[in-house]
Design a protein around this ligand. Sequence first.
Ligand SMILES: Cc1cc2nc3c(=O)[nH]c(=O)nc-3n(C[C@H](O)[C@H](O)[C@H](O)COP(=O)(O)OP(=O)(O)OC[C@H]3O[C@@H](n4cnc5c(N)ncnc54)[C@H](O)[C@@H]3O)c2cc1C
Length: 577
Amino acid sequence: MSEQADPTTQGRADLVAWDRSRPTNHFEIDGNLHHLLRMHLGEERFQEHWPMLMRAGELSAQSMDQLARESNRDENLPRLQRFDGVGQQVEEVVFHPSYHELGAQIWSTGVLSVLARPDSDVLCGALAYLVTHNGEAGHVCPVACTAGLIKLLQRVGSEAQREHYLPRLLETDYGQRLHAAQFVTEVQGGSDVGLNGCVAVPDPQQPGHYRITGEKWFCSVMDAQLFVITARVGSTAGTGGLGLFLVPRKVNGTINNFTIRRLKYKLGTRSMASGEADFHGALGEPIGLPHRGFKNLISIVLDTSRVHNAVAASGSMRRAYIEAQTFAHHRVAFSRPIVDHPMLRERLARMRVLSSAAVSTTFRILAMSDRLLGDPQARPDEELTAARRTHVNINKYWTAIKCTEVVRDGIEVLGGNGTIEEFSVLPRLYRDAIVLESWEGSHNTLCAQVLRDFAQRGLHRQWLAEVRDAVERVRHESLGEHHDRAATVLKDVARRIDHLLAAGEDYASLHIRRVVDRMCLLNSYVSLLLELNWELEQQITSDKAAVVDLYRLLYIDQVDPMDREDLVPLFEKVTGL
Ligand SMILES: Cc1cc2nc3c(=O)[nH]c(=O)nc-3n(C[C@H](O)[C@H](O)[C@H](O)COP(=O)(O)OP(=O)(O)OC[C@H]3O[C@@H](n4cnc5c(N)ncnc54)[C@H](O)[C@@H]3O)c2cc1C
């Protein structure tokens, strides 16, 4: 007869078993990601990059996880050192060694170097997604900012700028790399960028160069070697007068005429240094034409950051689900593993479905980017470019909100332990999720931009056409009912957009967010359906059909679970890893 352990010993043994059960490779266990990448990259490219993805998945689950915990401890956060021991101005940020060790591992995954080939957003996104299973980790913002500069140089940089900067921006060696920051926000407003007061005046001594003067209020990656800065050129007010400048941290080994006031003491993304800085005639060179600064900022720099933001939200959601799902199988309450309590199972099912939807919509955008950049000789596809712009804005908004929701649910599954920093990654993910909601465009700002794009440029037409085309691609014989449901929702969304645009300005700005919510729900459903359609065509066995059914019932049809007994088996089916 086996001896029953006392409850204390058993309780601790369960926690130890949970800790040991956690995955050791975030890529290997993610069957959904494998299918998704096969679909978007094609089998050959997927196989070619398998070793790279496996390595990133292993680092993410093992050493990166440990290093992120270490570098985020209160006592290890970055600190400002403005002067060296003999009083020379250095304007440096001092990091804990674990921060740099982590950075070396992240850069070594190739997350940035793959961008040397322009149609690599899916691959870059997959690597970043694995890294962001550890939240911001102090380096995800620098990676996004550096990716933004790479794309900026590739698309509008001069030949000389590309030759000079790109090789080191694309480095895998952390010690050799150049990394970038983006300083746009000023104290008078982040959303209303047209109020920017920083100015750029031509430097008569150095033709082609400008001197930048003014204050920037939110400067993340304060340690970067290259700053991308917005500054006003000439007297034109508003966003039309803004240029985009590349400002090196140092010129000929000397600090480039800027001072750091302080580092911000933040809620989230804490191990990454965000500061406030003053520029006193710093030397900068324009990237692209100065009068197109705002256009390039929105269409290249912020576009890249917004997609990376969605990748980070998706990776954090997936990690929250892994933590909660594994915990629920080991934690026992009222004589059974908590996963067997129906209310808790439903919570997990919702987490899984929302995370899958976020991954789906985000990788669909990454695949659009690759299609647009695949053939540099081809004529730009203006319809897809326009549709993608709306997709990027609504997806940044939606995934950030869902991330906070899913991570909070994960904390609930872990109970009181879920609030403890040493116990799991979740408190840190939660703090980072709130930041993901604010930067790179706050919710209302993104919705307001969508409304402007629709009202002034008619971009709803291209977005609706793209989604209509996607719905028509859902052709598998078993998906007829889903196809028809998606087509009906699409008609309703189109009608609401028309109604909004025909109404007065105040009405439209009051209700655009509600319309965007419906656009996001529809797009999530359609994106998941496209994956299911592909999996069925490939005769792949997975739980995607259950994920799609549940998504439709809970979020499209919004059924009352009390009236639907068929939800219970779906909750069971979708709560595997
Ligand atoms: C940790 C962190 C790091 C950051 N790092 C950087 C960085 O490196 N570089 C950088 O440039 N910026 C950075 N930011 C700034 C960030 O981009 C801004 O905070 C953001 O753009 C919002 O600007 P704001 O804070 O000035 O808010 P405000 O613009 O003052 O907005 C306040 C509120 O008003 C709402 N609002 C604004 N306009 C409208 C409207 N038309 N209709 C309805 N509601 C509206 C907003 O949605 C928001 O809820 C960072 C922010 C954080 C939190």
